[in-house]
Each structure stands twice: as structure tokens, then as C-alpha cells.
Design a protein around this ligand. Structure first.
Ligand SMILES: [Mg+2]
Ligand SMILES: [Zn+2]
Length: 570
């Protein structure tokens, strides 16, 4: 545990790194002698981004030789500290050796200053580095077991960055049933697969679907396409087993799992989850690594102290979560990173002989519990020989409804997880006519429709209404069947209106969903977690008190005290 809190330090030689060296055999004896190496600021800012804190370690023999006083040195150092601070760099400490050659343990290349630092601060040696223009300092750093000892030429601190070996951020994705084709799972897979592997070491923990205790429903199982997608992504896949997931227990414990045999939190800098919000196994047992949540459903909130950031896929979702007790300061709004291979897709109009039709449509997973009657009811009132409606997937209720409404130009395609079929379907449509009983939080299907420049018509729901925000000006979210029908009609007849909406849809895709833009946002969130892992460090320290151990210490103390008093009185 101690190792995790310990700071990683960049030890800095002073003269020749931070400031220009004095001429040979001379000393920096006043503030006016102290001239910064301009490039040092950007070097330190870069290291700061990676979570380093700074300690200056410098030989100042000039003091023993009476060239300057301790007071003058401290003035120079206040000046140095102030200027660095104005560039956003805070020094954790300045350690110097004032002694003459061969008269102490702290004059570099002896390691006394490093040992002082370790005594004074909680330092993680193996993750710390030193930057110096002296080969002696570099040997000292190497012998001391620092991660890296970087030699730069005199007054050229910038060279440090080309030699600097960045730490890879070690991140563990953990999701029950994580290799399925579900929305949350796919999002985690896409993030894991697209993280820059030069900067991140990515492990992905998943299991096949197992039975639930307390429910008959079953989680989507591992999907071979998704597994294949992940296998070629440079992510290290780690499979664990779970006999059952216990929905009757407050934390939804996993029964008979080998998870703790394959996972050790000590090996990670970040744990990434995808979950519904409430306190949940196994994350309630992971206590020392910062956790980043993706909340895809709103089923409560969890403010465990090591939950560092809580990603929401729209603002609406964040608001609901905050209202349920979630800590607002941890919220990060992201969207969905969407992968669409940029290539021409077949238009299915020819296949269906729909060349001259204005086509509405949507795709949905084949389950009746999300069926919405609105889209086809609305379409019924505007159907003509110039229009058609195509549904890919969707529950059986859509077919029944189409039949009972007596729709003529309606087509059904079988459900599929194959993206290229979905993209062919989307490039065939003119308007994405969305309907879903429980609404959406954010929607990959809608985002993909926007990629193809489709305006989206949808309706509000009694459950989720994140789609209002996601669609924005790229379409319209209405309440009634009549309004829905009017919008379908307007998009068909008003060419200018249609063209405007198409442009907005494409633009919204680029801004809110395009893969590289979204990945940049997510990588920056991870970097900020590395920099500032725990939102409430004091709460964490409270937990870190090993209370059982403390009780033993207290009991011993009381025992010794009482013995002392008893003996004293005897
Ligand atoms: Mg030097
Ligand atoms: Zn010394």
C-alpha cells in the first residue's frame, strides 16, 4: 500500500540543468548570476504531466569556501522556486551539500542527498529519475536504483526529453461478460483496443456469461467477432471464471470465481469498469488503485474513495447520477468512440428495388421489451408510393404492428451484429426513424446514423432521455405520434431542411463520436487520474490506517502503562 502512495520524483541537478553553469571554478553567488536555461520549463512541465514531483539535489561547495553564505543561497533558491512556480512547476524540496570535497557523505557523487530525500519524503525509488549534466550524478542514480538516470549536455536540459523513457500507464479493464456484443462491452472493447500501446499497457479481464442467482434473465455471452477484434488489438486478454452472479446479494457477488487468482491490483495504475452505478463486486474489494467508472445505466451511485473519475456518456446521465447521490466533482462527460471504416458501402436500394423511394428506417436488437409503437404509427399516416420503411432486427412486435396497420412499403432485415451489414443498411436510408420504449442514454446506432449523414427523428420516453442531447440539431425528438409524422413528412418534402439536417448530423458525428477525437479525451482523463489519483486523499489515508494493527498497538500501550503504574505503586 505504501508503495502506491509514494511519490515518483524527478531529481534535478541544479547548475547546468535548471540554470546556466557559472564559469569554471566560479560560483553562482547572487540572483543576478542565476540565469535559467529557457528549455527547462517545458521539460519539467512534461514530466509533471506524467506525475513526477521535483527535488533539486545540488553541490554548493561555495559555502564551505566562503564564496557565498547560506542566507544568500537561500535567497537564490527562493528566486528559483518563485520563477519555476510562475511556470507551473512546484519544487517538493531543495537539498544541497555545502561541504568541501571529501568531508561528508552528501557531496555528489555520494548518495547522501538522495538518502536525505528518502528519509524526508515518501518516495518510490524504482519509479524515480534523475537529470544531470554530470556523469557522476548519473552513476549515483544508477547505483541508487532509480528507474532512469538521464545525462544531458551542460545547459541543454531539453535533451532529457529525447532520452526520457515514459512510464506506460498500466490499466486493467474489468467487465463481467466483457467480450459480448452489448453496448457497454463494445464501448470498453473499443477504448481498450484503441488506446495507444506506446503509452498504455492494457489488460482486459472478461468471462463468459454465467447464470444469475435471483433472476432468470441471462447476460449476453462472449461473441466470437468481438473476441477476434480484441485479439488483434494489442490488448492482453485475461479470462476468468464465474459460476454465478448473485443478484440477491447487495454487491452482486460472483459465486465461485477465480478472479482474485488472476487479478492483482498491485499490478495496475488504473482500473476501468463499465457498470450501472451502485456499489458492486469486485470493485468494492479493489481499494488501492484508482478506479475509473463508465456508468451506462443509472442504478444508484457509489462514492468509494478510490473511485477517481466517473465517466458518463451524456450530461443527462451525469445529472441523474448526481441526483442519486453521486459525487459531482468526479464526473467526466465523454461520448461514445465510434469506429466506422471509411470506405464505400453498398446501397441496398437495388437489392430491394427501392431506387426512387424516400426511405425511413432504424435498427434495433430483437427484443420486444424495447418495442415502441410510435415510428410505424407515424409512418402509417404519411405512407405513399414514394416512401418506404426498413427495419433491421427489432422485436417481432414490429412485424405484427406493420401487419395490423396494413403497411405496404415496409421491409424487414434479420438482426445482425455484423457492422458492415449495418453500415450498408444505414447508407440506404434517408432518415433514421428511431423509436424505443425506454429511450436512450446515448446510442451507438444513432451515432453511426449521423456518420452517414442521416437526420434522426425520435420520441421522448419515461425512462431514458439522453438521446435528446445526443441528437441535438441533427434531428428532432418529439412527444406525440402526430409530431413524429409531421417531422417525417417535412424531411421528405423540404429538400433544404433535409440538407441542413444532413450537414448537422455529419458535423455532430465528427465532434462527438469520431474515434480519434474521443480517444484523445479518454487518454487525457487517464492522464489526469495518474496525476491526481484520489479525489479525497485524507479519506484514503483514514482507510489506510491498519486498524487491527492499531488496536494491538493501543492494547500493548495500555498494558505497558498499567504495568508501569502498578509497579510504580508497589
Ligand atoms: Mg551540474
Ligand atoms: Zn555534504
Amino acid at each position: 500500500m505504501k508503495k502506491k502512495i509514494a511519490k515518483k520524483i524527478a531529481f534535478l541537478d541544479r547548475d547546468g540543468v535548471i540554470n546556466k553553469c557559472a564559469p569554471e571554478h566560479e560560483y553562482i553567488t547572487s540572483i543576478s548570476d542565476f540565469v535559467f536555461n529557457e528549455s527547462v520549463f517545458s521539460v519539467l512541465q512534461r514530466l509533471k504531466e506524467d506525475g513526477y514531483e521535483f527535488i533539486v539535489v545540488t553541490n554548493q561547495r561555495g559555502i564551505s569556501r566562503k564564496k557565498l553564505t547560506v542566507e544568500t543561497l537561500s535567497k537564490i533558491h527562493s528566486h528559483m522556486t518563485k520563477v519555476l512556480k510562475s511556470h507551473g512547476i512546484n519544487l517538493l524540496g531543495i537539498l544541497y551539500c555545502p561541504h568541501a570535497v571529501n568531508s561528508c557523505d552528501c557531496r555528489k557523487p555520494k548518495d547522501g542527498l538522495l538518502r536525505q530525500a528518502v528519509t524526508k519524503y515518501d518516495i518510490n525509488i524504482e519509479h524515480s529519475i534523475i537529470i544531470s549534466d554530470s556523469t557522476h550524478d548519473v552513476s549515483m542514480g544508477e547505483a541508487f536504483g532509480l528507474k532512469q538516470s538521464i545525462l544531458v549536455n551542460k545547459n541543454k536540459p531539453k535533451e532529457a526529453l529525447t532520452k526520457y523513457q515514459q512510464d506506460k500507464i498500466r490499466i486493467a479493464f474489468i467487465k463481467y461478460g466483457g467480450m459480448s456484443n452489448g453496448g457497454t462491452e463494445k464501448m470498453l472493447q473499443i477504448i481498450a483496443a484503441n488506446l495507444d500501446k506506446n503509452k498504455f499497457k492494457v489488460d482486459y479481464y472478461y468471462c463468459d456469461s454465467s447464470t444469475y442467482k435471483g433472476s432468470n434473465s441471462i447476460h449476453l455471452n462472449t461473441d466470437s467477432h468481438r473476441l477476434h477484434y480484441m485479439e488483434k488489438s494489442g490488448v492482453n486478454l485475461i479470462k476468468f471464471s464465474v459460476e454465478a452472479k448473485d443478484l440477491t446479494s447487495p454487491f452482486h457477488n460472483w459465486i465461485d470465481t477465480n478472479f482474485w487468482e488472476v487479478f492483482n491490483e498491485e499490478n495496475y495504475d488504473i482500473v476501468q469498469t463499465g457498470r450501472s452505478g451502485h456499489k458492486e463486486f469486485p470493485f468494492n474489494k479493489i481499494r488501492n488503485v484508482p478506479i475509473v467508472d463508465i456508468i451506462a445505466l443509472s442504478a444508484g451511485s457509489d462514492n468509494q474513495y478510490n473511485i477517481s473519475k466517473v465517466m458518463h456518456i451524456c450530461k443527462w446521465s451525469a445529472d441523474i447520477w448526481t441526483k442519486s447521490g453521486g459525487d459531482k466533482s468526479r464526473v467526466s462527460i465523454i461520448s461514445l468512440p465510434i469506429e466506422v471504416e471509411n470506405k464505400p458501402y453498398n446501397d441496398l436500394r437495388i437489392t430491394f428495388a427501392l431506387e426512387d423511394k424516400f426511405i425511413y428506417g432504424m435498427h434495433q436488437r430483437p427484443s420486444n421489451d424495447i418495442f415502441s409503437e410510435i415510428p410505424l404509427l407515424a409512418y402509417k399516416s404519411i405512407e405513399s408510393k414514394d416512401t418506404a420503411f426498413v427495419i433491421l432486427g427489432g422485436g417481432a412486435k414490429y412485424k405484427e404492428q406493420a401487419k395490423s396497420l396494413g403497411l405496404k412499403n415496409i421491409y424487414f432485415l434479420p438482426a445482425t451484429g455484423d457492422s458492415s451489414v449495418i453500415f450498408e443498411f444505414l447508407s440506404t436510408l434517408n432518415v433514421y426513424s428511431h423509436g424505443r420504449k425506454d429511450g436512450e442514454v446515448n446510442s451507438q446506432a444513432m451515432a453511426e446514423a449521423m456518420y452517414f449523414g442521416l437526420p434522426i427523428v425520435s420520441h421522448t420516453s419515461k425512462v431514458n432521455n439522453g438521446h435528446i442531447e445526443c441528437i441535438g440539431d441533427a434531428g428532432k425528438v418529439v412527444i406525440t405520434v402526430e409530431e413524429y409524422a409531421n417531422e417525417l413528412k417535412r424531411l421528405q418534402l423540404d429538400k433544404q431542411y433535409l440538407a441542413t439536417k444532413q450537414e448537422v448530423a455529419k458535423k455532430r458525428f465528427q465532434e462527438n463520436y469520431e474515434l480519434s477525437g474521443q480517444m484523445k479525451i479518454i487518454e487525457n482523463i487517464y492522464k489526469s487520474v495518474i496525476k491526481d489519483p484520489f479525489p479525497f486523499p485524507w479519506r484514503r489515508r483514514l482507510y489506510a490506517l491498519h486498524w487491527t494493527q492499531n488496536i494491538r498497538i493501543w492494547m500493548k500501550w495500555v498494558y505497558l502503562k498499567s504495568k508501569y503504574y502498578l509497579l510504580g505503586r508497589v
